[in-house]
Design a protein around this ligand. Structure first.
Ligand SMILES: Cc1cc2nc3c(=O)[nH]c(=O)nc-3n(C[C@H](O)[C@H](O)[C@H](O)COP(=O)(O)O)c2cc1C
Length: 461
């Protein structure tokens, strides 16, 4: 007869699943469907679009360590976004006012707790210096160890790191110690599979011991073309190594929707799924079928344009993603491709509710001289050829600042205008250089309808 004592003795103790602790300002990648890092396609408006349609986390585009080192941080008083800027190293174009370029934009409200900053690096010291600039404003730092493009691999970055595991380990360890611990955020890595499971196993076994909280695996080898189908047979092995070490494992490659991602997660035993190209084509792929599923492209493009205008996104970048979001055969595709201003794009797409804001942002960005016509531009229409006062002031301040004038004051971070500002007011160390645009700087918002004048925090994501 089995006594209670013997029965208890024979029941195996529940397995203790180790977990690398998620730091206080970090985020757990488990049970998440996330937007992949994408150069060009992963700027702020696309990330806000993905979040609006249900992405749980968003990765920013790979940013090379050297381009972030020395960047200045400022808060845009018109929309509350954080902008990391730097002056051109070559002094800019002759006969043009020197203008700081915006390297990275963050929405401190809508991206709070959901943004992972991805860097390209091949050097632990540079990685730490670059990460320190943004660490207080993001929830995690990810190292790109999968980009196969020569601009990345030539410098030993991206997929080249898969062949220099000692270097990759030293970068991750430095980031965990110098950034993850003091700023209390997670450090993670994105890799590709290697050609044999044994090689992948050896690499992942080393990476999960560095203190990282998450590992994403793009299920293609470095030489594989994006259109080749992802290979998933190494996934269970990779997931097991991650789980044994307490690290979250995110799969990537041919994940096309939230529902499919969740099904794949349970099929392969991974913790999360990352979507890239399907989100480029229609970001509503993050919306579950039961919540409406994939939305018509016009709805998605309308929201995208709204986010681009709010973010004051560079028009060239806006058009890049529009080319993906608007189906190629559609008549509006051609018109949009030819448009040189926000106003003309919105006119072409018949987004009448965005026209005033589009005109305002064109003026701010100096695109208004390319308008096809000024007829029918409500409220903001130029009088005797001059720009509205608020826009004029904003542009003059920008020019003065670029020329070293007093429009930008350097001061310690304070809550941003309109409720924006640094994500955290905790004791986390702040970026070394903090420049904030003068809060009193005149803004374009006087000419923008109420929906566009609110802080990002007040707008629905
Ligand atoms: C336009 C574009 C830009 C990309 N940029 C990056 C990047 O900055 N960092 C990175 O790790 N991967 C980058 N990737 C790769 C994607 O993150 C992802 O790993 C790959 O597209 C596979 O996912 P998918 O099958 O869902 O497209 C990029 C992909 C595309 C299409």
């Amino acid at each position: 007869m089995t006594t209670l004592a013997t029965a208890t003795a024979t029941v195996p103790a529940p397995a203790v699943v180790p977990r690398v602790p998620i730091p206080a300002n970090g985020v757990d990648y488990r049970n998440k469907i996330v937007l992949a890092p994408m150069v060009r396609s992963g700027e702020l408006p696309s990330r806000l679009l993905a979040l609006k349609y249900g992405a749980d986390l968003v990765w920013g585009p790979e940013t090379i360590d050297r381009s972030m080192i020395g960047a200045e941080r400022r808060v845009n008083p018109r929309n509350g976004t954080i902008e990391f800027t730097r002056m051109p190293s070559n002094g800019g174009r002759p006969n043009k006012p020197v203008k700081a370029s915006i390297i990275y934009r963050i929405d401190p409200v809508r991206e709070k707790g959901r943004l992972i900053y991805q860097m390209g690096t091949a050097n632990p010291e540079l990685a730490v210096q670059a990460a320190r600039v943004v660490a207080a404003d993001v929830s995690g730092i990810d190292v790109n160890s999968g980009c196969p493009k020569p601009f990345s691999t030539h410098g030993g970055m991206g997929a080249a790191l898969l062949r220099t595991p000692d270097l990759l380990v030293s970068i991750l360890e430095a980031l965990v110690k110098e950034i993850g611990e003091p700023f209390q955020i997670g450090i993670s890595v994105k890799i590709r599979i290697l050609s044999s499971p044994e090689e992948t196993e050896a690499l992942v076994t080393r990476l999960v011991k560095t203190g990282i909280t998450g590992l994403t695996v793009h299920c293609r080898t470095t030489p594989m073309r994006p259109r080749e189908r992802a290979i998933r047979d190494q996934l269970p092995m990779i997931a097991k190594i991650c789980h044994d070490a307490g690290v979250a494992c995110v799969m990537n490659g041919d994940v096309t929707s939230r529902d499919q991602g969740l099904a794949l997660m349970s099929e392969y035993g991974v913790d999360g799924a990352m979507i890239a190209t399907s989100a480029e084509t229609n970001s509503s792929c993050f919306r579950a079928e039961e919540d409406g599923g994939v939305a018509p492209w016009r709805d998605v493009v309308h929201e995208y344009m709204r986010f681009c205008i709010e973010s004051e996104n560079r028009l060239g970048n806006t058009k890049y993603l529009l080319n993906m979001l608007i189906p190629g055969k559609d008549k509006e595709f051609k018109d949009t491709k030819l448009s040189k201003t926000y106003l003309d794009i919105c006119r072409g797409l018949k987004f009448d509710g965005l026209l005033t804001a589009a005109a305002a942002v064109d003026q701010l960005l100096g695109l208004d001289d390319k308008w096809e016509t000024t007829a029918g531009v409500p409220d903001i229409q130029t009088q005797s050829g001059s720009k509205p006062k608020a826009v004029q002031n904003a542009m003059e301040s920008e020019a003065a600042r670029a020329a070293g004038g007093g429009a930008v004051r350097t001061k310690t971070p304070s809550p941003a205008v309109h409720g924006g500002g640094p994500i955290r007011r905790s004791s986390a160390p702040q970026p070394a250089k903090v420049a904030q645009v003068d809060a009193e700087q005149p803004a374009v918002e006087a000419t923008i309808p109420a929906a566009q004048t609110q802080a990002p925090s007040q707008l629905t994501a």
